[in-house]
Design a protein around this ligand. Structure first.
Ligand code: TRP
Length: 465
């Protein structure tokens, strides 16, 4: 590899250890996707059917793609755009591969724009729950309180702005000072509180019903919408398909096991999602609520649980604080590819690059803020009724289309374009069988599955529209 194309003075940063990378990547993966999105997607997708497909996708698609992203990033040690460009050149392939990096950057902005708005609601809930007002309410009251928050664009905008400032501030401080520090404490703490919530659900909720809803598979519920939604959720939850994990991989010191690292991240991410589901659905059924109520689900259920718990205001407040932190360690990875590119290829100062990226995502976020009030509009997608205009469009476009597309291209590049010997050396898996397994998943299984599911999307549009 030559360094001709890197600026002379630019030095690519590095994590302080492999452990720091594991924390950062887990921080990126674990976020609102697990605690907010997974339960409501599972609720809308009929529970067990969705969960089963989701777990399949995580194992067969998520794992090989995550390994590929880390490997490509670590080999090239550049932003995703330049990683793809340099590695394509190294393999004698077309420079057009760098489009994968560009698409990822755009996708990151689109996702961050709505992610920040939802993280903003989470921040607002810290105060609502901690002061106890929302906890004394009936299920109807809790629902109305959520409606009042998202229906007021001024509040939505305020919290969205605050969250975006927090995100930009960490990204501006850079890899070690900013990203690493942020994740070390919060992940274990969130995990423990989720366990406590599940424990509560076992004792006081309709746990059995919730459990069966999540794990009993009713195959009649497997519609194209559910299949596609579950695949998209696997990409979203694992932060795959847009270069977030790739850019984190580019800061990874050499000589650390990519396969082992991937398994740790994937296991943690899946555990947190399932725990969130186990915490939420018993409350849903104990209170006769609707599992398919959409993005408002956790905001309508969790306050009820905290309301009945001794010390609920404290625990609830703490829970939402941790959720904000989890969202924070995720949001930073959404603009890191763009910031890395601006600093490395354009010589922009990191602080300026972060501010620029934050401003762009913030402006786009206004579309989502307004989607729950003045600009709400309904439409039908794959047989699903969608009610929140731009928010739903941004979500569907990224989660169900550009992330899977980026993911296929990344994994196909790693499996087919990159010379096999190189991939083997980079992945450095101890056994030959493990390498063959990765190669088989990366070359055939993952690309074929994603393609089939994406075709479902297009066909489903006709069949179910
Ligand atoms: N995975 C994060 C979550 O579950 C969100 C996220 C961070 C993400 N970076 C990403 C999603 C990159 C897709 C792509 O909350």
């Amino acid at each position: 590899m030559t360094d001709r194309d890197a600026g002379v003075r630019y030095v690519h940063p590095e994590w302080s250890s492999r452990w720091a990378f594991v924390l950062a990547a887990t921080g990126s993966a674990v976020g609102l996707g697990n605690v907010w999105k997974f339960p409501y997607m599972a609720g809308a997708g009929g529970g067990g059917a969705f969960v089963l497909v989701y777990i399949f996708c995580v194992a067969l698609i998520g794992v090989p793609i995550m390994m590929s992203e880390i490997m490509l990033g670590r080999r090239a040690r550049r932003s995703p755009v330049n990683t793809m460009r340099v590695l394509a050149r190294e393999a004698g392939a077309s420079p057009i591969w760098q489009l994968v990096g560009w698409m990822g950057m755009v996708t990151g902005f689109l996702i961050l724009s709505f992610y920040s708005v939802v993280a903003g609601w989470t921040m607002a809930y810290v105060f609502r729950v901690a002061d106890g007002a929302i906890l004394a309410q009936s299920p109807l009251g809790v629902r109305q309180a959520f409606g009042a928050l998202v229906g007021d664009p001024r509040q939505g905008l305020l919290w969205h702005t605050l969250f975006m400032l927090m995100t930009t501030a960490v990204v501006a401080r850079g890899v070690r000072a900013g990203l690493e520090r942020a994740v070390k404490l919060m992940m274990p703490a969130l995990f423990l509180l989720l366990l406590a919530l599940v424990f509560y659900a076992v004792r006081n909720g309709a746990f059995r019903e919730g459990f069966e809803f999540l794990f009993r598979t009713d195959f009649t519920k497997l519609t194209p919408a559910v299949l596609l939604g579950a695949m998209g959720q696997a990409f979203f939850s694992l932060s795959l398909g847009m270069g977030a994990i790739m850019v984190y991989g580019s800061y990874l010191p050499r000589r650390s096991s990519i396969a082992g690292t991937t398994l740790v991240i994937v296991a943690a991410d899946t555990m947190v999602a399932l725990l969130a589901g186990l915490a939420v659905f018993p409350i849903v059924f104990a209170n006769g609520m609707e599992p398919a109520s959409g993005p408002s689900l956790i905001f309508q259920t969790l306050p009820l649980a905290f309301g009945q718990m001794p010390g609920g205001a404290v625990w609830g407040g703490l829970f939402f604080v941790l959720l904000v932190l989890a969202a924070w360690t995720s949001s930073i990875s959404l603009i890191e590819p763009a910031v890395a590119w601006l600093t490395e290829a354009r010589g922009v100062h990191r602080a300026a690059a972060s501010a620029l990226a934050g401003l762009l995502a913030w402006s786009l976020g206004i579309l989502t803020v307004m989607s729950f009030s003045d600009w709400a509009f309904e439409f039908k997608f794959l047989g699903m009724q969608k009610a929140n205009g731009f928010f739903d469009i941004l979500d569907i476009l990224t989660t169900n289309l550009t992330l899977p597309l980026g993911g296929i291209l990344i994994v196909a590049f790693a499996g087919w374009v990159m010379p096999r010997a190189l991939a083997g050396e980079e992945l450095d898996v101890r056994s030959r069988t493990a390498f063959e397994l990765w190669s088989w998943l990366a070359r055939y299984v993952a690309p074929a599955l994603v393609t089939v599911l994406l075709v479902f999307l297009l066909l489903g549009n006709y069949l179910y529209a």
